[in-house]
Every structure is written in C-alpha cells, then in structure tokens.
Design a protein around this ligand. Structure first.
Ligand code: COA
Length: 723
C-alpha cells in the first residue's frame, strides 16, 4: 500500500493543471508554493492560454508534456476535471491531487460525478487525494514538496498529519509553525473519494520519518478496516485523533437500556479506545500531546518529579498530574539528601523540588544531574519562570544537556517574558517539548504515559465458544416467522441457553395451579412474574412478586396479579429466586455504521441514574472483555468492598464474550438487554434473571425465514467496500 501512494507522497515530477496566470488564484499559489519550498523534482504548469507561468515553461495540456508526470495537481473548474483526468490516464500519470471543489459535498449530482471520478481512477490504477482538498506536503529534504495553497511554509519534523477539513488544515499548519512542531507529511484528504485516512495510516506505519500520526476526522468510511489497521499500527507508533461531526445519538426506540445509551458518539469513543487510538478533545490538546510525541520516548511508569524555580506553577503542575493519574512521588531519602547538598537551605527537595527564584543554569544543571538518573522517577517536568536576574538561555541549555542524558522523558514549561523566548527556541530546536503552562506539560506527560499503557497491554485473542447454533437459529426464526420483532420469553431462554448464558431455572405456565406445581418442582423460594406483551413497568403494575416460600404464597401472588391486571391476558413466569450477588447489565445494540456494540455495567440504579456503563464495538478480545468489567466506575463494588466477596470475574468476562459471539453470529439481532445478570462469587450461583431480545425490523419482516439467518463466521465482518 505504501508504494501505491509514492506517486502522491514522493513524486519525481509534478504537473499543476490549472496553474493560473492570475496572481493570488489557487492554481498559481500552489505552483508558487512548490517553487518556493524548493521541490526537488520537475515542475510542469499546465494552462491552455499561456506559454509560461511563474517564469516556468508551461504546456497546454498534460498530453503535451514531453516527459513522464508522476503527480498531477488538478486546480481547474469542476466542469473541466473529468477531461483532465482522461488526459492524466492517457499520459500515464500515477497520482492525482484534486483541489477542485463542488463534488459530493454539494449534493447528489456532485456525488455522482465524484463516484464517476473515483471509478475512472481506480480502473486506471491511479491513486487520488480529494477532491475538494487543500493539497499535500512532504518535508523530506529529498522531496521538499509543498503542493498546497496554504500561506504557511511547513517546518520539517516527525508528525504525519491528515485532515478531513481543508480550512482546518491551513490552521493546523500555521499553528504547528507557531509552536515549532514540525511535520513529516501533511495531507488534506478532502472528500476521501479514493485515498482515505486508513490508506495514509498504512503508508506511514513503517515510515521512519513519522513518529506520531495525527488525524482530524469528520466521518468514518470503513470502521472495520480502521479498527484492523489501527490495532496494529498503534503498537508501533501513537495515533492521536480529533473526531468532530458528532451526530445526535439517533432516535432509537427505548426498548432497552443498551439501545438508549448507545449512540454514534459512543461507538466512535469505544472504537478508539479498543484500537489504542488516543482521542483528544480539542485541537489544542492535540498539539499539546503531539509536541511530546514528536520527540519524547515513553515513560516507564507514572511517577513524576517536578523541578521548579517558583511555587505556584509547581502546585498547578502537581494538581494537574494527580488529576491525570500521574503520581508525584516523594523522592527517596538519599535523593533528597543529594539535592540538599547542591541546593540552598530555603529550597524544598521532597517533590516538587522548588529551587526558589534565585536558581540559575548551574543550579538547574546540578538538580537535574541528580534527577535524570533517579530510578524512582519515570518522567520529569521542569518548570522555569523567567526572573529578571537569571539568564534564561543558559537555563534552557542546562535543561537541553540534561534532557539528552536523562533516563526519563523530560518536558518543560517556560514561562515569562521576551528574554525567555530565545530559550524556548533553543529548547524546540533541540527537540525538548516546551509549553507555556504547567498543566499543558502535565497533560502531555500523561498522554505519553497513557500511550505506554496502550502499547504494553496484551493483544488478547478472539475466543470462539462451542455453542448450539441451530437451537439459537430456531428461536430467532420462530420469532421472525411470526413477524414478531421481540422474542417471546421461551425464545429468549432458548437463545441464551444455546450460547451458554445461564438463565435462572424457570417455567412459563398458564394458570395459578400450574404456577404452584412449577414452584414446587423448581424448589422454593421463587419469583412469579406476569408475562404479557403489553406489560412494561411490571413492578409498578403489581406483576412481579419476589421471595415466595410456599405453594400458598404462590397461589396468593397469582390471585393478586389477576386482580391487578384485570382483563389483560397473561401467563405466569415462575423463576427460582436468585439470592445474593451483584446485579449487572449486559447488552447489545446495533449501530448502522459500526455494527454491534456490546455494553456492560452495574444494574439497577447504577444504570438508571449513574449510567455507569462501558461499550465496545464487536468483535472483542478476551483482554477487552476484561477491560470492560474493570473499566466501569463502580468496579470496586464487583471486586468486593468492605469485606464483600468479590464476584466471579472470569464468569463475567466469559459471559460478555459469549454474548458478543451471539451478536456477531446473528447480525439480525438489533438489541439485547440482559438485565439483570446476577453475579456472585461462584459461576454456579450466577444467573440471568431477565432478558429481552429484539430483531431488526427487516429480519422480523422477512417472515418464514426467506432470508438465511446468521452471519457466516468465517467470512468475517466485511465493511463497505472501498474507503
Ligand atoms: N486544463 C488546464 N488548465 C485549465 C483548464 C484545463 N482543462 N481549464 C481551465 N484551465 C485554467 C484556466 O485557464 C485558468 O488559468 P488562467 O487564469 O491563466 O486563465 C486556471 O485553469 C483556473 O481556471 P479558472 O476558471 O480561473 O478557475 P478558478 O481559479 O476560478 O477556480 C478552482 C478553479 C479549482 C480553484 C475552483 O473551481 C474551485 O474548486 N475552488 C474551490 C477550491 C477549494 O476550496 N478546494 C477545497 C479546499 S479545502
């Protein structure tokens, strides 16, 4: 894949088609930028009405160029694009960057033209960026290509930047320049008709010039491919993403908790999390993290030492570190003693190490000389507020020297007036991350640590349990054949049992007498519930009775239900009472784009009020299932607080994986709510007490099983072709 993008990222010759004679026009600016930036290959302006543009010989069409053209940047009016692409095909051009707008983004007709364009280049084996984009940059000294119309001349560095918004691309380049963040590549992807973010991630995966990949995304073309690629690439280099364009969760029938809580946003969030992509909340946070990722190694853990010449910023840094999960450790006694020897008596040496305002370069050097090899410290935050009497440049140089030798990543915060500016420049040039505020430096260090954990987490496996697939199919087909969207309780029971999800022992019967007999067969105590399709709030309607201990109590409960429900026809569900344990909720909801989402949380008020749930996009690995169980805020309640027995975590992990397998095997299931699954210290005493399953409308409508049910496991989850 990387090589197929070479014509775009590393072209040996470029034609600018639509290089205008007009100053300040887009075509002219692109040509100008290519020249100004010092493009290393041959340049061919194409314009039917001129013989030279920008002092370079021009040609009336691509076909008139005497030599080979690797890349054509197309900047002609929309109506002329198709003709230029025909010429490009005929000429044997290998890559296109289509700047021209007016395609998919303007409506149906534009969309048709865009598809035609894509088909044309795909047939010809040409790769294309755009249309509707701002261009491409490669700062490699061997290439030096700035094929954009941005006003900023990009600085070379180690960031691979892709943006779905052209306008933001311009802002990104300007800001990167301002803070001294260098880019290896910048690609404005435009409408992503051919080349997608996924293609670029793959192209940069093994590119030694790229240390970190940054994405500004508005939409996903193919989440399944994104997941497969990013799972792999984030083990090699960090990917940071800003995802905007959040749509409303989408009106879903409030059939289940899972359905109500799942939304497009949840899917994106979960997918990033699972694949190790660091989602950042804003462009500013992206720059903060990117500055650190561009240069720094990863910390070995979360223990931080803060070195400062001022108290206030150190307190801010400490607060930020702690909030972000970093540990501002107390330094070992021997280290404190060593610091004492080189610092004045007023200094504080515990951590933060406050050297007070008189600290000059030699004092920074002496303290860093001790901290840089401290094995109890995984990251160093060095703060400097520029006092008038201290030479800030010398301080910066002392920090640079220490950063080169330190065993830990070292991040700085340089605050203060103009005399600090040169120091900041020198730090930047030396590749030491430098920030204006302490909390930003802390956030960046926390980002490095977050990525370390991502990289070190085990890959996990996608287990496949032995299940009774035919039994599940029969249950689903039964509901579909009857045109029922919601499965009957017996069908739900069969489906769950087929996938090894233990339902509390139960009988469904039609009369109070049968209910008593069922209770006797099951063994007391039991629960009796009234079952009717129209019955929703069962407890409020008096349709649930718990902890019934004798036949008489069961008979009485049935009578009370008959009275409460009046004319409503119903059946009795007699279930063995499950005692003790913790209520959890497990669920599945389908997202039209991302496929099935699996949910886990604590049941009862925890889901109702606190919404303490976690989602993952299916399929999930055993490691991810465990992360789900441990990832909810209330996990301590499952792990056992105040002497409580911890619940059987293995059982929960397995239950999630089995439910995931069920949802993956049968994509026609739209929602499942298992609420609650009561889990205790032993799997033998853990049961599903209530569950509901809904089919997708299309599956329910396909009565009689005209369509085969279930997904073919071997085939995998194929996403939409192309993007
Ligand atoms: N081959 C070569 N050159 C051609 C051509 C063809 N088939 N057809 C036209 N040209 C030349 C024109 O002669 C003109 O050069 P000139 O000024 O020297 O005469 C040049 O191409 C540009 O044509 P023009 O009609 O002036 O178009 P324009 O500059 O007003 O607009 C675009 C062209 C591509 C900029 C415009 O159509 C567009 O899409 N703008 C939006 C771009 C955008 O925002 N992209 C997304 C960014 S995020």
């Amino acid at each position: 894949m990387a090589s197929s993008l070479d014509a775009i990222l590393r072209p040996r010759s470029i034609a600018v088609v639509g290089a205008s004679r007009q100053e300040r026009s887009i075509g002219r600016e692109i040509l100008h930028n290519l020249v100004e930036y010092g493009y290393s290959g041959a340049l061919y302006p194409i314009n039917p009405n001129a013989s030279s543009i920008h002092s370079i010989k021009s040609y009336p069409s691509l076909l008139a160029v005497p030599d080979a053209v690797d890349l054509a940047v197309i900047v002609v009016p929309r109506a002329a694009v198709a003709g230029v692409v025909d010429d490009a095909v005929a000429k044997g051009v290998r890559g296109l960057v289509v700047i021209t707008a007016g395609f998919k983004e303007v409506g149906e007709e534009g969309g048709r033209e865009e598809r035609a364009l894509r088909d044309k280049v795909r047939v010809a084996g040409i790769r294309m960026v755009g249309p509707n984009c701002m261009g491409v940059v490669n700062t490699d000294p061997q290439i030096r290509m700035n094929a954009t119309f941005a006003a900023t001349s990009p600085r070379a560095g180690s960031v691979g930047f892709m943006s779905q918004s052209g306008a933001l691309g311009e802002v990104i380049l300007a800001r990167a320049q301002e803070i001294g963040l260098g880019v290896a590549y910048f690609v404005s992807m435009g409408n992503k008709a051919d080349i997608s973010g996924n293609d670029l991630i793959e192209a940069w995966e093994d590119d030694p010039r790229v240390n970190v990949i940054l994405m500004y995304l508005e939409s996903f073309g193919n989440p399944a491919r994104f997941a497969a690629i990013t799972r792999r690439v984030t083990r090699k280099k960090p990917i940071l993403a800003v995802k905007s364009g959040t749509t409303a969760a989408g009106a879903r029938a409030a059939f289940s908790h899972t359905g109500a809580l799942a939304g497009a946003e949840v899917a994106v969030e979960s997918l990033f999390e699972q694949c190790g992509v660091l989602r950042v909340g804003s462009m500013s946070e992206m720059f903060t993290l990117a500055t650190a990722f561009a240069h720094e190694r990863l910390p070995a853990g979360n223990r931080v030492a803060i070195l400062t010449n001022a108290g206030g910023p150190a307190i801010m840094a400490t607060d930020a570190c702690v909030t972000l999960g970093l540990d501002v450790v107390e330094l070992p006694a021997a280290t404190q003693a060593a610091l004492r020897r080189v610092l004045p008596a007023e200094a504080s040496v515990r951590n933060p190490v406050d050297m007070i305002a008189s600290a000059d370069a030699s004092r920074y050097a002496a303290a860093l000389g001790i901290l840089k090899s401290e094995p109890q410290v995984d990251g160093l935050l060095v703060l400097f507020v520029s006092p008038i009497m201290i030479n800030a440049v010398e301080v910066a140089r002392a920090i640079i020297a220490a950063a080169k030798e330190a065993r830990q990543p070292l991040l700085t915060c340089f605050m203060g007036k103009e005399q600090g500016q040169q120091g900041i420049e020198e730090l930047r040039d030396a590749g030491v991350p430098v920030y204006p505020f302490p909390e930003e430096a802390a956030r960046a260090l926390a980002g490095l640590e977050r990525y370390r954990r991502i990289r070190e987490r085990p890959e996990g496996t996608l287990p496949s349990f032995k299940v009774e697939r035919t039994r599940a199919e029969t249950a689903l087909r039964g509901a579909a054949a009857a045109g029922r969207g919601d499965l009957a309780p017996e069908e739900v029971g069969d489906l769950l049992a087929a996938y090894g999800l233990p339902l509390a022992p139960q009988r469904i019967v039609g009369s109070p007498q049968e209910a008593v007999a069922a209770a006797q067969a099951l063994g007391f105590p039991v629960v009796v519930k009234a079952l009717a399709a129209t019955l929703v709030h069962k407890t409020e309607r008096g349709a649930v009775r718990l902890d019934l201990r004798t036949g008489e109590e069961v008979a009485e409960a049935c009578r009370a239900m008959q009275q409460a429900l009046g004319a409503t026809p119903f059946r009795y569900q007699v279930q063995k009472m499950v005692r003790g344990g913790k209520e959890t909720i497990l669920g599945v909801a389908r997202d039209p784009k991302f496929g099935s989402l699996l949910m886990f949380g604590l049941g009862g008020i925890f889901v109702e009020v606190l919404k303490d749930v976690i989602f993952r996009v299916l399929p999930i690995t055993d490691v991810e299932a465990r992360e789900m169980v441990r990832g909810i805020r209330g996990h301590a309640l499952l792990a056992g607080v105040r002497g409580d027995t911890p619940v059987d975590e293995e059982f929960l992990v397995e239950a999630l994986l089995r439910l995931g397998q069920l949802a993956t095997d049968f994509p026609e299931i739209e929602q499942i709510d298992i609420n609650p699954l009561i889990v205790s210290g032993r799997r033998e005493a853990s049961f599903v007490v209530d569950a509901r399953v809904r089919l997708a409308p299309s599956a329910a409508a396909a009565a009689g099983g005209a369509r085969p049910l279930g997904a073919r496991r071997a085939g995998g989850a194929a996403g939409p072709a192309g993007l």
